[in-house]
Design a protein around this ligand. Structure first.
Ligand code: GAP
Length: 519
């Protein structure tokens, strides 16, 4: 199935920006569509040579900030396959689904809730343009804006109706609203819709050789449940005391109906999740602490505060008593990057019920047994990757009128830290450059390249985000000095070979980034 989704559904303004990231990722070996020679597999992607390095550094930044910097957080790597009852207990079998609707003419499948939400946004945006023309302040109360613009009023009315239908899980009403508000298919342009059906997002498979005896399994849709079922194993073996956390990075799978917008919504993706177990009654304090801690982690990367914001969940899942997202300003608008949820004791209690095994903690200070409450922080690794690319990929016009594409990654995340480049291959420069490379490759990921002009090599290193280039020239042979070029300022300086490690070391050191994250 060719992956055309990206082109078909992106809002016009964002398409160019996101398309630029998609092309850059392909051209420079960050991300390839999966099984490309067979025309791709929808919403599944492979990470190339520089993508995998960047991804590993993001993982390292997250993992160390959790496990290295908190003595009360330990790691786990649980299996993707879990006993099928896990998903019954967690509620995924019964309610991890999306409302799906098909257009009968184009055969294109949509999420009914997304169609309605997009219509609300469009009506409100149209209304806001009208209000701006009339000189009305956009920060006025909703009722005033609705009075002054018909489109805005329609948007507000639809929002209210949709809210009621969502609360009552009334999917028949979703279809009525789609018809009432004349929502058409983007491909066929028609309003010939099927009924709305519930579609479970879990991928099912079978374990065992014989069909009759095989067990039905699911590919995990989140890593969190592997943490819950191991709660006591970890607590006892690592001798943890509440409050404590368990961190895990791993693959998750969701059969997303509308998988689009590149790696923003994928069918196979990676999550970085941490479940923090606390005394009942203290969870909202911890929720606040984790919100701040996670926001600082994001800000330490140098992102301006205006590109990140909290989004409070108005409608809480039945098991949560607080939930907020950290949203990032992606090229497609402010969208969820990370979720922070206060999940009460729901998951552990359900697993107790379904397994018949106690999942309680004995609190020796209180002399009491209880099921701990849980604060969860959950971030998509791929979505974090897209965020980093969105904010770091820049086109710049230089003073001489030339343009360059540069990936201004925080040096600790850069796939390659230092490129060692002989000015020319001959006269012993290549041999000298190799010698420097071989000595320094233990400092971090260094890269040796001798092909093409030095200018072209600099541009290529800019495009993959290499913070430093070291050029070996004829003077190097005489006095053991090299030129070091800094990616962002493009300034060049002559330094001794013996000083390279010291000069670049501070900048590329992950620990310095981690220090900022907890400052
Ligand atoms: N355990 C909680 C949980 O899974 P979620 O909000 O469904 O919560 C958490 O997912 C994070 O995982 C999201 O904030 C997002 O970053 C990432 N994520 C979810 N679905 C995704 C998908 N289809 N593709 C890429 N990332 C996804």
């Amino acid at each position: 199935m060719p992956n055309e989704d990206i082109v078909l559904y992106l809002p016009i303004m964002a398409e160019a920006d996101l398309q630029k990231i998609v092309s850059h990722c392909k051209e420079y070996g960050f991300i390839f569509p999966s099984s490309e020679i067979y025309d791709n597999l929808g919403a599944v992607y492979d990470y190339g040579p520089f993508g995998v390095e960047l991804k590993n550094h993001i993982k390292e930044y997250w993992w160390k900030s959790m496990v290295q910097l908190h003595e009360n957080i330990v790691g786990l790597d649980s299996a993707i396959f879990m006993h099928p009852t896990t998903w019954k207990a967690s509620g995924h079998v019964d309610s991890f689904s999306d409302p799906l609707i098909d257009n009968k003419d184009s055969k294109k499948r949509y999420r009914a809730d997304v169609l309605l939400e997009e219509k609300i946004d469009k009506l409100k945006e149209k209304g806001e343009k009208e209000l701006t023309k009339k000189g009305i302040d956009l920060s006025s109360p909703e009722e005033d804006k609705a009075k002054a613009s018909r489109d805005y009023a329609k948007g507000v009315a639809l929002e209210q109706e949709y809210g009621k239908a969502a609360e009552a899980a009334d999917f028949k009403r979703y279809k009525e609203l789609i018809e009432e508000y004349e929502i058409a298919c983007e491909v066929s342009g028609s309003r010939n819709w099927t009924d709305v059906r519930q579609f479970n997002l879990m991928f099912a498979t079978k374990m065992g050789a014989l069909d009759e005896a095989a067990t039905d399994l699911y590919l995990r849709p989140e890593t969190a449940q592997g943490i819950f079922v191991n709660f006591l194993n970890v607590q006892k073996t690592a001798r943890m005391k509440v409050p404590f956390g368990i961190a895990q990075i791993g693959k998750a799978f969701r059969n997303e109906i509308v998988a689009r917008q590149f790696i923003f919504r994928m069918r196979e993706f990676e999550q970085m999740e941490m479940q923090f177990f606390v005394r009942p009654g203290t969870e909202l304090e911890w929720f606040k602490t984790w919100k701040e801690t996670r926001m600082n982690w994001h800000l330490a990367l140098g992102t301006p505060q205006e590109n990140l914001r909290f989004h409070v969940h108005e409608k809480l899942a039945h098991y949560a008593n607080a939930a907020e997202d950290i949203q990032f300003k992606f090229p497609i608008g402010f969208k969820e990057l990370e979720g922070i949820h206060s999940r009460t004791d729901f998951d552990l209690t359900e697993h107790q019920k379904f397994s018949g095994k106690k999942l309680q903690y004995f609190d020796s200070e209180l002399n009491q047994n209880y099921v701990p409450y849980v604060i969860e922080t959950s971030i998509g690794l791929d979505r974090m990757f897209l965020r980093v690319l969105s904010e770091c990929l820049k086109d710049e016009t230089l003073e001489n009128g030339e343009t360059r594409t540069v990936l201004k990654l925080p040096p600790a995340l850069a796939p390659i830290k230092v490129a060692v480049l002989p000015l020319v291959k001959k006269d012993g420069l290549a041999e000298k450059a190799r010698e420097i490379f071989d000595t320094l490759k233990f400092t971090g990921r260094f890269f040796y390249e001798e092909k093409d002009t030095i200018g072209k090599r600099y541009r290529r290193m800019d495009a993959i985000g290499t913070p430093y280039c070291i050029t070996v020239d004829h003077q190097t042979l005489e006095d053991n000095t090299v030129t070091i070029r800094e990616r962002d300022s493009m300034s060049q300086e002559r330094i001794a070979i013996a000083d390279i490690e010291k000069t670049v070391g501070v900048k590329i050191d992950m620990n310095n980034l981690l220090r900022k994250a907890i400052a």
